[in-house]
Write a protein that binds this ligand. Structure first.
Ligand code: NAP
Length: 311
């Protein structure tokens, strides 16, 4: 029988246990504290903040299933075995939660909520009317599990949506771009830019001073991916010059954002504490059970990480 080690946070262990056993009663799910022989583990459910630190002892594992969508912390683990596949978390709850966050913050940028609130604070009866969403250009950087769903929902809300990815995509009602030219177009042609690409050596500082200078004046940026995608000093400069009207940042280079950091109090910045979306055991258990079934029936795993590309 397949033995699965839960290596997530203690506080979510009961929820995971409940959700997994509901789908697969009798699953051999073990906790690190149970001290079973490490070589008897087939699949590790891994979370960087969980208790599994040294993976070298799990000599027979068939796969490491990340409980997070982002895998850069997993790839940074020095004890990561070279052989077994690493699996990203893709699950409906995580995807839908992210789409809720993105659509909410795109609408907020579109409607000029930050500007209205600034007017209200100064008791100004302003006259700003946003364009219709059909006339608003939104660019989504990263068209993976999360970016695609968000882009599709934005298109349903009638925004003019473009998306950018490494490989060319074909998504109904979304103008799909890729490559260097595609990047240039997505940053030049959109008034609201959403970041949903992983942090890799290629995407680190993707949004730097040069990129910011190509964006339309008054652009809105929403980063729900990783803080390292943005050069924060360049962003602050662009916020101060008005090039960037607002930045909604769920992720920072240093988390939690340090006390006294300029971003905390900048009037154009909305900080959310890395809560854009989260893996939900009740929906994510389906993904885990599917991976276990694939292991047992010799089918290829889903959502494999490419170690070379870093996502
Ligand atoms: P994913 O399915 O792996 O998709 C990543 C997308 O980024 C793909 O479309 C990929 O292009 C594109 N991409 C990667 N490197 C690129 C490059 N150099 N140039 C152009 N495009 C590139 O990932 P996901 O599940 O959608 O998640 C995206 C990220 O969201 C995660 O890595 C994580 O950092 C972040 N996240 C944040 C939260 C939060 O709460 N803030 C929650 C979950 C996830 P291809 O399709 O061509 O490969």
């Amino acid at each position: 029988m397949t033995r699965v080690l839960y290596g997530g946070k203690e506080e979510t262990s009961e929820a995971w246990k409940r959700a997994l056993l509901a789908l697969r009663p009798g699953l051999d799910l073990v906790m690190p504290a149970e001290n079973v022989p490490p070589e008897s583990i087939d699949i590790i459910l891994y979370e960087p903040s969980g208790p599994v630190k040294d993976m070298t002892v799990y000599r027979n594992i068939a796969a490491i299933q990340s409980l997070w969508a982002g895998v850069e912390a997993l790839l940074d683990n020095d004890t990561l075995p070279k052989g077994p596949p690493l699996l990203r978390m893709v699950e409906d709850g995580l995807t839908e939660g992210m789409t809720d966050y993105i659509t909410g913050h795109v609408l907020r940028a579109h409607l000029g909520v930050v500007r209205q609130q600034a007017d209200q604070a100064r008791e100004i009866w302003g006259s700003f009317n946003p364009p219709l969403s059909r006339d608003r250009h939104v660019g989504v950087i990263g068209l993976g599990a999360l970016g695609q769903d968000a882009a599709k929902m934005l298109a349903k809300l009638r925004f003019r949506v473009s998306g950018w990815s490494r490989t060319q995509k074909d998504i109904a009602d979304v103008r799909c771009l890729c490559g260097t030219d595609g990047f240039d177009r997505i940053i030049r042609e959109n008034e609201i830019i959403v970041l949903l690409a992983p942090l890799t050596p290629e995407t680190e500082n993707l949004i730097d001073e040069k990129a910011l200078n190509k964006m339309p004046h008054g652009v809105h940026i929403i980063n729900a991916a990783r803080g390292g995608l943005i050069d924060e000093d360049a962003l602050l400069g662009a916020l101060n010059s008005g090039r960037v009207a607002t930045a909604t940042l769920d992720v920072m280079r240093t988390e939690p954002l340090p006390d006294g950091h300029t971003l905390w109090k900048h009037p154009g910045v909305t900080i959310t504490p890395h809560i854009a979306s989260v893996t939900r055991p009740e929906s994510a258990a389906k993904t885990v059970i599917e991976q276990i079934k694939r292991f047992e029936t010799g089918k290829p795993f889903l959502h494999k990480v490419c170690r070379e590309k870093g996502y």
